[in-house]
Write a protein that binds this ligand. Structure first.
Ligand SMILES: Nc1nc2c(c(=O)[nH]1)N[C@H]1C(S)=C(S)[C@@H](COP(=O)(O)OP(=O)(O)OC[C@H]3O[C@@H](n4cnc5c(N)ncnc54)[C@H](O)[C@@H]3O)O[C@H]1N2
Ligand code: MOO
Length: 412
């Protein structure tokens, strides 16, 4: 088992993905989903010309030879409709967002005026027609497409959807995801501590990775190294859209996962990827289900999730961006590498004297979950690399919650 390159394996996974139809969700639950339909403006916004500043609505011709003293004939707040039409020499006190009265063609902000007694104001500056006026329809015009199908619903998109009063939104359906851990040595979260057992971390780390994509997975528990028990749980898993099985993918005599999947009619697309960690990664398809066989070592299963499962789930959800953002930073210390496999090294990111650095989080053994817990990113060492020296530029995939901590308080 040497395996496909990471890129070839990713292509193979993504090529088999498709969307799962659409559903309507309340706007309050739409964050992170993807629009399945164009969204059009149902009104002009703003609905009339409004002031962009707190100040005075004026006729620009009146201030052509500023300073000029103008009579204040009205106070207009946001929400008011103007009652009067400005004539020459007149102005209206106006607040940001309030409608510009007829006759006015510009706004002067209050800082450029001097208060006068008897409802008069002195304007200190000359402005062009249109100054500090936001025109009707500037943000959106009735009927125009303001959000295209395929748009990811970010907080800004939620705001836009509220602006067009979309209280429910048509989005692509999320996949239903099941997670199964395998192995006689595993001890469930609710089971009493047995010093000879290994706590099941993978079910929960994978659960959290799925949740980070906005999907609530179902945990199927732990399958024992017994073909019948495993078979029963895999059959349950094959009723979901996506099944993640961790452990039992390698070549050990008790590694029943792949043969059992095949016996259940799963067509394996590949087994083995030239990567570290994660080498024994497997992927297959069944009539209803995409199946990912993730290596049992906790870091391997998480890294494989990042490289293959997360892009697949994003693709099913209709997202255009399948991969995490990467940054190019300097490596803080030498890292050895033997050509052959793409290596994903857990790193922390820092900023020292204006230089952005990646530092490996310590022991990179694929069972050392602590170094994954500390990681802010995964540094990618290309398969052909013979090692990277301190000071060389490297590519780092950013993981969730990454803030750049550094001397200047974390700004990136
Ligand atoms: N002869 C070979 N042996 C192994 C190879 C190989 O190519 N030839 N590959 C190694 C690599 S790389 C990995 S990764 C592991 C993957 O093995 P499996 O997917 O079969 O996983 P297991 O053997 O079941 O477990 C490996 C390791 O991980 C622990 N584990 C498993 N599940 C969990 C869980 N849910 N939570 C926490 N820890 C878990 C398990 O106890 C083992 O220590 O195979 C190598 N062997
Ligand atoms: O994939 Mo194994 O990933 O190196 O521990």
């Amino acid at each position: 088992m040497n395996g496909l390159t990471v890129a070839a394996a990713q292509r193979c996974v993504i090529e088999t993905m498709r969307r799962l139809g659409t559903e309507s969700v309340p706007l309050q639950q739409a964050l992170g989903r993807v629009l399945a339909d164009d969204v059009r403006a149902n009104r002009d916004q703003p609905p009339y010309d409004v002031s962009a500043m707190d100040g005075f609505a004026i006729r620009s011709a009146d201030v052509a030879n500023a300073p000029a003293v103008l009579e204040i004939i009205e106070d207009i707040k946001a929400g008011d409709m103007p009652q009067k039409v400005l004539a020459a020499g007149q102005c209206a006190r106006i607040m940001t967002g309030a409608p510009v009265p007829q006759g006015a063609d510009a706004v002067i902000r209050v800082e450029d005026t001097h208060a006068q007694v008897d409802d008069h104001v002195q304007i200190a500056v000359t402005v062009k027609s249109g100054n500090d006026i936001r025109e009707r329809g500037e943000s959106m015009r009735t009927g125009e497409v303001v959000l295209a199908a395929g748009t990811e619903i970010t907080p800004g998109v939620v705001g836009m959807l509220a602006m067009v009063k979309a209280s429910s939104v048509l989005v692509y359906r999320q996949p239903r995801v099941a997670i199964l851990s395998t192995g006689d040595e595993l001890e469930g979260l609710d089971e009493p501590i047995d010093a000879n057992k290994i706590p099941d971390a993978n079910s929960y780390a994978l659960m959290a990775q799925v949740q980070a994509l906005g999907i609530e997975p179902v945990l199927l528990g732990i399958a024992r190294d017994d073909p019948d028990h495993l078979r029963g749980l895999l059959q349950r898993g094959l009723q979901f859209d996506v099944l993640l099985v961790s452990g039992g993918t390698s070549v050990g005599v008790h590694d029943y996962v792949r043969p059992t999947l095949e016996a259940l009619g799963v067509q394996m697309k590949f087994w083995g990827v030239a990567m570290k960690p994660g080498h024994p990664m497997a992927f297959g398809v069944a009539p209803l289900t995409w199946i990912f066989g993730l290596p049992g070592n906790p870091v391997s299963s998480m890294v494989c999730f990042e490289q293959f499962v997360a892009p697949a789930l994003r693709s099913i959800m209709g997202l255009a961006k399948l991969h995490r953002a990467t940054v190019s930073v300097k490596l803080a210390r030498d890292v050895k590498h033997r050509p052959g496999r793409t290596d994903f090294v857990r790193v922390m990111l820092s900023k020292v004297a204006d230089e952005r650095l990646a530092t490996p989080t310590g022991n990179q053994g694929s069972g050392i979950l602590h170094s994954m817990a500390m990681a802010e990113g995964l540094m990618v060492i290309p398969a052909e690399s013979k090692g990277i020296a301190a000071g060389e530029m490297v590519t780092v995939q950013l993981l969730d919650g990454t803030g750049f901590q550094g001397e200047s308080g974390g700004e990136w």
